[in-house]
Design a protein around this ligand. Sequence first.
Ligand SMILES: Nc1nc2c(c(=O)[nH]1)N[C@H]1C(S)=C(S)[C@@H](COP(=O)(O)O)O[C@H]1N2
Ligand SMILES: [Mo]
Length: 309
Amino acid sequence: MAHRWKNDLSREDVTPKADFLNRRQIMAGALGIGGTAIGAAALGTMGATPAAAQEALEPTSLEDILQYNNFYEFGTGKSDPANNAHALQTEPWSITIDGLVDNPGTLSLADFMDGLTVEERIYRFRCVEAWSMVVPWNGVELADILERAGVQSAAKYVAFETVVQPENMIGVQRGVIPFPYVEGLRLDEAMNPLTILATGIYGEPLANQNGAPIRLVVPWKYGFKSIKSIVRITLTEDEPPATWNIINPREYGFYSNVNPNVSHPRWSQASHRVIGGGLFAGREETLMFNGYEEEVASMYEGMDLAEFY
Ligand SMILES: Nc1nc2c(c(=O)[nH]1)N[C@H]1C(S)=C(S)[C@@H](COP(=O)(O)O)O[C@H]1N2
Ligand SMILES: [Mo]
């Protein structure tokens, strides 16, 4: 399983993926494409989990995950996506992979997911607005997709783009921010085993408001990096544009790694509000890299983390 990339990055350069994840291998049927019900989940035995990562994360209720969203294509209010995203047209869906890859092309979602194993990943999810959830995603490692595309050695970044359906998207009609929503990662971030493309939550296909049918999840970065409803993935040499970074570069950096020690210009990032939990909802201290320091800190050695907020 240890395969080398065509460029100089390799799986061996990053933390072995097995050791930090509460993971269950889920049958490919869990994709939800074609309406297949989720199959029985076989528990992955991936070796011992280090004590730090073993901390059991209590997933946020599905109700909260479905009703407290950011998806500006459907409005700026937290309940707007739940109210308006039913209009999103997700069938048919195709995804283009292009740029600096050996195998560019446009695939239907089914072909895009063909042969990939959908896993469960229970991740902390921290919005830059200082709230957080724990989400049991179902998804595939982005690295597997990039490998199949054949990343060329000149590629340094990965750019992502969200669908634009003006007739279905009230936020696009209102022009609340520029669309399409775009985001990007450095190639090593994109290839980190923590980085997934999610197609489900709680074993169900992604709800429209959560970025159906497929969205990025980068758990050590602020939530706005986790771009929804992706239609294009482009390998580039130069740092790609990122929506919030374009809108306000002083407040939203390209890197935007979760960092409790670096305040947003208008609020502290030292703690966050936990979504859900009813009466017992409260605040928690925010962890460096959102608790994934061991897995990702080495990628930023020599960088001034404050500068790269
Ligand atoms: N296309 C698109 N992707 C997006 C956004 C958006 O407005 N449009 N909002 C981002 C922000 S700020 C957050 S916090 C997460 C929210 O994901 P969730 O609603 O599934 O929790 O989606 C991110 N991805
Ligand atoms: Mo966010």
